[in-house]
Design a protein around this ligand. Structure first.
Ligand SMILES: Nc1ncnc2c1ncn2[C@@H]1O[C@H](COP(=O)(O)OP(=O)(O)OP(=O)(O)O)[C@@H](O)[C@H]1O
Ligand SMILES: [Mg+2]
Length: 485
């Protein structure tokens, strides 16, 4: 390595360290002191000291110490409030980086330029942008989710998206859609953490969770926070029109990747879409193919994320319940087929089986048979812990996750959806004739508008041969709805 590159690397590290210090102890400091748990931080390190670090840069050993401090506590926060968890994640992620670089990698003289630059430019030219840590003072702290703890398959999907991100293709936006629980958020998180993807976006990668109740103005103002986009105007704007043009100006000519996870309305995304310009890229994830199609021009920028391959489903089960897979291999194969290789369902069924295996091992085979026969009981179970909902402060059941899609349907369409459960063959595919028969009893004479409404929500998927398919979990959800009618 040449001396120049070494210095570069050091000043990048200094920048990172400074950003981390600011993250921890300035804006987020406001948030920190508002949360009881964080009283321990203040108790552990003196306030005066914290402010000084924020001003002068955080000594490397302290970063390590702080990270270790929170690392120890991290478990306790897993299912607690998300703002805390996100900050913990940031710390957790910071720790190995600092450790890798070694405590002697940074000398005090390397801190100063980063601090100065930050002060002079309002942060926009920080030597290394810190997209991971975006923290609106006093509000939710948004960070890129860590690389998923278990991340299987998806190698070719990652390659395909990288292919689309190649500058040659010139996509301003890519929309990833797929069944509920297929792994869109997990996949997007893996993309955001992918080193090659990060290198392709030297100005940074920004992560923004959306969700059903997303408010675009809040979204824009969140982007206006520190680090990457540090823009008071954007932060304070209450007019969407102004926000769009402020964001557009702020990121014009940059190479930023903006990941919007879980979009439910075209209107939630369209403003960001208008702001990206031709150098930045927007990726959204959504259950709705309609939203996906609406926001991109070319069909190849709409990317369908499919269910696992059978071997990935089995690999997941092997991680979750190795002894059960070993003993009941063929039943486990039958189970992943019944669950039609949906990662969410495999996680939940795996957990049910693990509990059974640890409590009533003699019953494991019976539970396997029961699940293969009917997957209805999966719906009453809570989702895996990584699906904790920070807005509601709860871990939803699988049923609640599926209801998010059907709650949006008008009454008649929802009844049509529920009725499909009694007309479906296995696997659930339908032609128009069968759909007409299913809905004739409630006065639907032309099934096409209903099919369109269901397909737009990602509840029914057109196949190539004029038929439509429905995932087994959606079918089971339809069955539950029908029973409740
Ligand atoms: N590639 C994967 N490897 C292992 N587990 C996965 C993978 N993808 C998803 N999962 C797990 O499956 C569950 C559902 O994943 P995720 O939340 O990403 O789905 P989603 O498509 O975003 O769902 P939704 O439609 O509700 O937004 C999570 O618990 C996640 O950890
Ligand atoms: Mg998701």
């Amino acid at each position: 390595m040449t001396a120049g590159r070494k210095t570069d690397k050091r000043s990048q590290l200094a920048g990172r360290r400074f950003d981390l210090a600011v993250d921890l102890f300035t804006s987020s400091y406001e948030a920190i002191v508002n949360l009881n748990r964080w009283g321990s931080l203040v108790g552990y390190f003196e306030l005066k000291q914290i402010r000084k670090w924020a001003k002068d840069g955080l000594p490397l050993k302290r970063v390590d110490q702080v990270a270790a401090f929170f690392g120890l506590e991290a478990q306790a926060f897993i299912d607690a409030r998300i703002a805390e968890k996100d900050l913990i994640n940031a710390l957790y992620r910071a720790k190995p980086k600092v450790m890798e670089d070694g405590p002697d990698a940074i000398k005090p003289e390397h801190i100063e330029p980063a601090v100065e630059k930050e002060a002079n430019t309002g942060g926009s030219k920080s030597p290394i942008p810190h997209p991971q840590y975006i923290g609106p003072p006093g509000e939710q702290i948004i960070s890129i989710p860590s690389t998923p703890q278990i991340f299987l398959g998806r190698g070719s999907d990652i390659d395909n998206i990288k292919g689309l991100l190649n500058t040659g293709t010139n996509h301003q936006m890519i929309a990833i859609h797929g069944w509920p629980g297929v792994g869109k958020t997990t996949f997007a998180a893996a993309l955001a953490n992918d080193v090659a993807v990060q290198e392709g976006f030297p100005d940074g990668v920004i992560w923004m969770p959306m969700g059903v109740g997303f408010n675009p103005i809040t979204g824009f103002s969140t982007l206006g926070q520190r680090h990457l986009l540090d823009s008071r105007e954007l932060r304070q704007t209450t007019r969407l029109e102004a926000a769009i043009s402020l964001l557009r100006d702020r990121i014009a000519g940059k190479r930023l990747l903006l990941l919007l996870d879980d979009a439910w309305e075209v209107d939630h995304v369209a403003g960001f879409r208008q702001s990206v310009g031709d150098t930045n890229v927007l990726i959204i994830t959504t259950r709705s193919p309609e939203i996906a199609r609406h926001l991109v021009y070319s069909a190849d920028a709409v990317y369908r994320l499919n269910v696992f391959k059978e071997e990935d489903s089995m690999a997941l089960l092997k991680i979750l319940i190795p002894e059960v897979v070993e003993e009941y291999h063929s039943q486990c194969l039958a189970l992943v087929n019944t669950l039609e290789n949906l990662p969410l369902a495999i996680h939940v069924a795996g957990r049910m089986l693990r509990t059974e295996n640890e409590t009533w091992p003699d019953n494991v085979k019976a539970l396997l048979d029961e699940l293969i026969e009917s997957i209805g009981s999966v719906f009453q179970e809570r989702a895996p812990h990584d699906l904790f909902d920070p807005v509601k402060g709860e871990l939803p059941t699988v049923k609640m996750l599926f209801e998010k899609s059907t709650d949006r349907l008008d009454n008649k369409t929802r009844i049509c959806f529920a009725l499909l459960s009694s007309f479906a063959p296995k696997p659930a595919t339908f032609d128009l004739k069968r759909l007409t028969a299913a809905w004739a009893g409630i006065g639907v004479h032309d099934p096409k508008p209903v099919v369109t409404a269901l397909a737009n929500q990602g509840l029914l998927e057109p196949m190539k041969n004029g038929r439509f398919q429905m995932h087994a979990l959606l079918l089971a959800h339809a069955e539950n709805l029908l029973q409740g009618l």
